[in-house]
Design a protein around this ligand. Structure first.
Ligand code: FMN
Length: 285
């Protein structure tokens, strides 16, 4: 278990790789085999893995993701996207394709009025199966002493169409996970994680650990870029902790998130609700 936990912690999203490196196909095969052993709903194995290791093709995939990153800057303002030039320094890029035909193997509604009960959850089963495959691959990468990232942009329509044309898969399949792999150029050992006593609920949901709608809004509008990219597990260690967290300090550094223990009703969660920095930028046009 200690070794396994070490690999879990070493699996980090790294977006800067050493240029000019390579690995053998045997290593890449072992990594993909980790994906093959992922669990999937009804054991349908609704994933295929494309390994891009040929340099010219890798550069073409890099170009696709450069355009994808620019679209985020232009049309998803406020999201702290990074340029994807680093893909050019990968030893390989693995694409995890989702094959939607296999969803018919999940529970199908046979009584009128039961569609909502099953169909939405079938989508969740499909996506979770793909997530498990991506996660297994990232862990396999870490176990091989390499590092990777997890890109979801291949799931966007324009990007997926470009990838399917370049790599020859049917465009109704989708590159839900793209995993650039390489040797890390910068150490990225840690990433912010919520304290365990906040995320872990013993024997039922503890209302004192409930994160309020306002806390989600604060993260979206203000804290997100720091929590995403800083090389520290605990926000307690941030030198500018007081400036960045302010009144939200306890909510991000302790299990004492919601002192009055009140839960809130469902609201419209589909769009940002506050006018913090990120939200303002998004609202410009
Ligand atoms: C479903 C999913 C989609 C993600 N999409 C992207 C992405 O498109 N680009 C990216 O750079 N990172 C992406 N990530 C990586 C997250 O930003 C990263 O996991 C998170 O910030 C925590 O950092 P860590 O992976 O180093 O622990 C994604 C992660 C997941 C699970």
């Amino acid at each position: 278990m200690p070794e396994f936990q070490d690999i879990i912690r070493k699996r980090r999203s790294v977006r800067k790789f050493e240029p000019g490196r390579s690995v053998g196909r045997d290593v890449l095969e072992r990594i993909v085999d980790c994906g093959r052993w992922a669990p999937s709903g009804a054991n349908v194995q609704c994933f295929d893995f494309i390994v891009v290791e040929e340099p010219a093709l890798r550069d073409a995939v890099t170009d696709v993701f450069q355009r994808q990153a620019q679209r985020l800057v232009d049309h998803a303002k406020g999201f702290p996207a990074v340029k994807k030039t680093y893909l050019a320094n990968t030893v390989a890029i693995i694409l995890v394709l989702g094959d939607p035909r296999w969803k018919v193997c999940f529970p199908q509604p046979t009584s009128e009025g039961w569609e909502a009960e099953y169909l939405d959850n079938n989508e969740a089963i499909f996506l979770c199966s793909l997530g498990a495959a991506v996660q297994n691959i990232q862990l396999g990468v870490a176990a091989e002493g390499l590092t990777s990232a997890w890109l979801s942009g291949g799931g966007e329509d324009i990007t997926n169409n470009e990838l399917s044309e370049l790599l020859g898969y049917p465009e109704w399949m989708r590159a839900y996970g793209t995993i650039p792999i390489g040797y890390p150029a910068a150490s990225q050992n840690r990433r912010y994680r919520r304290p365990l006593d906040q995320a872990l609920h013993w024997n039922g949901f503890q209302a004192g650990q409930y994160r309020t709608h306002a806390q989600v809004d604060f993260y979206e509008s203000t804290l997100r870029p720091f929590a995403m990219y800083r090389d520290e597990e605990h926000m307690d260690d941030w030198e500018d902790r007081a400036e960045k967290l302010g009144e939200w300090d306890a909510a991000f550094t302790s299990g004492n998130v919601n002192p009055d223990g009140k839960l809130e009703p469902e609201a419209d969660f589909s769009a940002p609700r506050t006018a913090g920095k990120a939200t303002k930028r998004r609202g410009k046009d």
